[in-house]
Design a protein. Structure first.
Length: 138
């Protein structure tokens, strides 16, 4: 983390990519509470792609690790609604599934995960989609 911070210090204050890298270093070190505001600052500074999508997914993962799965899910839902074809859409759905599970909705979590998987199946796509739709938490 010290090496990343040294590189970040070489960048202008408020540099979106530097903020993102500083956040990621803290996230990787298990210091999620320190990572969260840095991810938010990077996003507020209009970080470009591909880092923007990564920052959203990583922030959602951080929120989930901070025991705030509902916030993580809201962030991911907004991202997926705005950009359903984003290259990280399936990753966002995977983290949404984890957040749903953590929030006590295992059937919704499995439905989300299967929904992300189904389009990639060369066979049985319709069957998997139908089974996923039939899942119920009751």
């Amino acid at each position: 983390m010290a090496a990343i911070d040294a590189l970040v210090a070489e960048r202008p204050e408020g540099d979106a990519e530097a903020l993102f890298e500083a956040a990621g270093a803290r996230d990787f070190a298990g210091r999620e509470a320190e990572a969260e505001p840095l991810y938010r600052a990077a996003l507020a500074a209009d970080i470009g792609e591909p880092e923007r999508g990564q920052a959203i997914v990583q922030l959602a993962s951080t929120l989930r690790n901070l025991d705030r799965p509902d916030e993580a899910l809201g962030l991911l839902r907004d991202f997926l609604l705005a950009e359903p074809e984003h290259p990280l859409a399936d990753a966002a759905r995977a983290f949404a599934a984890l957040a749903l599970f953590d929030d006590g909705f295992p059937a919704d979590a499995l439905r989300e995960a299967l929904g992300a998987l189904a389009p990639h199946l060369p066979r049985y796509r319709r069957a998997v989609e139908a089974y996923a739709a039939a899942l119920d938490d009751d």
